[in-house]
Design a protein around this ligand. Sequence first.
Ligand code: HEM
Length: 316
Amino acid sequence: MRTFATMSPTDPRVLAAHGDPALLLRQLGRCPVHVADDGSYVVARPDDVDDVLGRPSATISFVPDPGDAISGMQALMARFSDGEDHRRRRALTEEVIAWIDPGRVRSASGACVDAALGGGGTIDLAPLARRVPVEVLAEALGLDDVPTVVQAIDLLCRRLAPMLGPVTRPDDATVCEALTAAFGLLDESAVALVAVLFQAMDATAALIAQMLVSPHAPALVLTNRVTVAAMRIGGADLRAGARIVIALGAATAASGCDRSFGRSVHRCPGEALARAIADGFVDAVRASGRTLADGAEDLTWETRPNLRLPAALHLR
Ligand code: HEM
């Protein structure tokens, strides 16, 4: 099997921070399974992506760090669980999501944007696009102290966000304290609530940015799995015990068929809510008659391997 350098355009991890990765993603979506130089397999063709996401032996295999309470809590989230634990935790998550009316969060999202734009002057939409999804979901769920909830989820996202290169993260104790203040005892049910808000924050901000500045470049670039048994994908033999980088964005770009919300058992259960919140947000921005200061090429993108998030998105 061919081996590519880790930072080559055939490694999706470099593409999230690219001004206009649409062409590179389309090319990557035609590449067969290959190996990056850190030993991870890169799976990018649409059929290969669908195949690997449906394989029970391509697992999340998340291992919490015993010295880190936040990673212990992360291990209780459906997104980071496998097998029977995943089924139970996903059901709890779906219960939380079923409580929320997409129409209500759509109009609440638009109202938040109207309020933020009311003051006039240039405004940075990037922090607003992270805050609004969590704020409207927390309100729709009837949570008591929405600002405390938003602050706790922001800290959690900053602690756990994958980043290429050095980054300053809030420490374990600060995040634990904020989560306990917002949600109380973090048992499996409370974690399901945290997980919904955690998954919503950065991903929905990326979707909003995609809709506003780069509709042809998927917001969600990749996800990961680990092979617990050898398997054959797209004619390639993958050994057991290896990491797989699954290029959802490339598969979307190459096929025109949206895989931004994943496939199979971990498929995003929040798609309808995410789209409602993003639509409400973007419609309100457009209705304001204001314009973005920069196009996709001129923006600085966060160095995240998995999501495309602009560091700032100024509206004037
Ligand atoms: C209201 C906003 C959102 C909520 C509540 C939400 C919730 C969730 C949850 C709970 C999971 C874990 C599911 C599981 O493991 O069984 C998940 C997975 C996922 N979400 Fe979302 N999400 C939201 C927004 C988004 C957006 C905007 C995107 C894409 C741009 C997205 C893409 C994904 C993907 C790809 C996965 C599966 C990851 C994998 O298979 O490894 N989500 N989401």
